[in-house]
Design a protein around this ligand. Structure first.
Ligand SMILES: [Zn+2]
Length: 523
């Protein structure tokens, strides 16, 4: 009886262990187990170029997780190796990870793929101080489905310091996201230093009070609030993201959500101001006036932005632009007459097309919120569909690239539980982990040909009600993790329980790392 008990315990321990091993998120496309174990211990050598970022990253995270300090060497006779290999140069994101008795081989034809292989391997290693770790032999071959795997962060409504932005980028890297949409300007604060227009940050980055509590309470404090990123800090963040194969897409809002900029430079509005940086959340009637001087101003700003950010896409906002001022502004009305525009929606389209021409002339493309469809889409623009998926469907049918980000599944400023009375105040809505996991970025309405225009999806993290980095973590963990598997293309909403079982094991990592996450799925 005693022996049987021991045997059962052993079997159970083994079973738990292999369950742990399979807690990979996003789930790889293909996993095959084979006989035997690889033993990771202090004798294991990382077989790679000593200067390789990837090798050093692997070395650092293994040390953080287990305490083991592995050597990196380009020439090694060690019998226990983790080999990082690159076969030839390409931009492909695929990789293979093979664990044999004596070797781990992480092979890709790009450093990016190699980095994803490293992320998968790291998830196989338990976060506990140990001198020797057994890893089951296996073979994984893996690649993502979607090219745009994004997370957004609003740093205007509340400002998040440089070090947290880097942490955020690390979180994205852990789950193989490749795009960080950085919302840098809005009514409540301009957050990017522009050398030619210093008042944008001297004045535009600071507001004299913020809303407190719920919007309907209409209560404010009178504290000066703000902050901005210098160009040096932005370069540092871009370099940090680039090492982790994450493209930062900066967003400079126009023609709406512009009060912070207009508080600094009221001459580019319809009325001439004066204005103050927004204290109230929402949409403001005062927006950029489409006169020539305004275009010069915005083009000079975009020139500095493009010089900083290497991304293919520059996000120009384009959402929530009331036409109130334009309807009565002599400049706007004259522009409409001169350009033969039949209404203010066409004027908005004119605005975006003119900016697009400029951005294209610099070798880049624009992406904007789905309102840029109104009055006619700019010829090369990509569309970010946030008011449902309809805008994205319309754009794909017009052969424009689309990033899906519908409020229903991708707004992480929503509540994550049905009854939010014990939750911190959120903007509203209800988007559970399960809901995120059920998302399909490619709508059924599209033909296979049209579906090719769906680049992928992203979640948006608007920060009106999110004041601290810890609260941002709470809103993204673990919903972001569910989205990572959707974007990798291996989610199956009928198998949510399988995902949930793997996810719960990741909570141990968050506990170790001190990440503040929502435990809503455990209730
Ligand atoms: Zn005007």
């Amino acid at each position: 009886m005693f022996k049987l008990k021991i045997l059962l315990l052993l079997v159970f321990a083994n079973f738990t262990f292999s369950q742990n091993e399979l807690a990979l998120i996003p789930k790889p496309s293909e996993v095959k187990f084979s006989e035997g174990n690889f033993v990771l211990n202090k004798k294991t050598v990382i077989h790679a170029d000593e200067n390789s970022f990837e090798a050093k990253y692997l070395q650092r995270v293994i040390k953080e997780k287990t305490g083991l300090e592995l050597k990196i060497s380009s020439i090694t006779k060690s019998k226990s190796k983790i080999y990082l290999g690159k076969t030839f140069d390409s931009n492909r994101e695929s990789y293979s990870l093979t664990i044999d008795k004596y070797d781990v081989n992480i092979i890709s034809n790009s450093y990016k793929g190699q980095f994803y292989g490293i992320q998968t391997f790291l998830q196989l290693i338990p976060s506990e101080k140990k001198e020797s770790i057994n890893l089951s032999c296996l073979n994984i071959s893996d690649q993502p489905k979607y090219a745009w795997r994004g997370m957004h962060l609003d740093c205007s409504r509340h400002f998040f310091p440089k070090d947290f932005v880097k942490k955020y980028i690390d979180y994205l890297a852990m789950y193989k996201f490749n795009t960080f949409h950085w919302h840098l300007t809005d009514d409540q604060g301009w957050r990017i230093e522009i050398k030619k227009y210093p008042k944008l940050t001297e004045i535009g980055a600071w507001r004299n009070g913020s809303m407190i509590g719920r919007y309907d309470d209409k209560k404010f404090d009178d504290k000066r609030y703000g902050g901005f990123y210098t160009q040096e800090e932005i370069k540092e963040i871009i370099a940090y993201a680039t090492e982790r194969y994450i493209t930062i897409v900066p967003e400079i809002e126009m023609p709406g959500h512009a009060i912070a900029a207009l508080a600094a430079y009221p001459e580019y509005s319809c009325t001439g101001g004066p204005f103050e940086v927004g204290k109230i959340w929402g949409v403001y009637d005062d927006v950029f006036c489409p006169k020539d001087e305004t275009f010069t101003f915005l083009e000079n700003i975009l020139t500095e932005v493009i010089d900083l950010f290497p991304s293919e896409y520059i996000h120009i906002g384009g959402d929530e632009c009331p036409k109130t001022r334009w309807k009565v502004c002599p400049h706007c009305q004259k522009r409409m007459k001169d350009e033969n525009l039949k209404d203010e929606h066409e004027l908005q389209s004119y605005f975006i097309q003119r900016i697009e021409k400029f951005v294209n002339s610099k070798g880049r493309k624009i992406i904007g919120w789905d309102e840029i469809l109104e009055g006619g889409l700019a010829p090369n623009a990509a569309v970010m569909s946030w008011r449902g998926t309809e805008g994205g469907i319309a754009a794909a049918k017009q052969k424009h690239f689309v990033v899906m980000s519908p409020g229903s599944h991708c707004y992480f400023d929503h509540y994550q539980v049905a009854d939010p009375k014990n939750e911190p105040i959120a903007i509203g809505g209800f988007t559970s982990v399960e809901k995120v996991y059920s998302f399909n970025p490619t709508p059924k309405e599209l033909s296979p040909e049209e579906a090719k225009y769906i680049l992928g999806a992203q979640a948006n993290v608007w920060s009106e009600y999110i004041l601290s980095p810890e609260h941002i973590e709470y809103m993204i963990f673990p919903r972001m993790v569910a989205l990572s598997e959707v974007l990798w293309g291996t989610s199956n909403s009928e198998n949510y329980l399988d995902f949930k079982n793997r996810l719960v094991q990741h909570f141990k990592i968050y506990d170790k790392k001190g990440i503040n996450y929502s435990k809503a799925i455990l209730k």
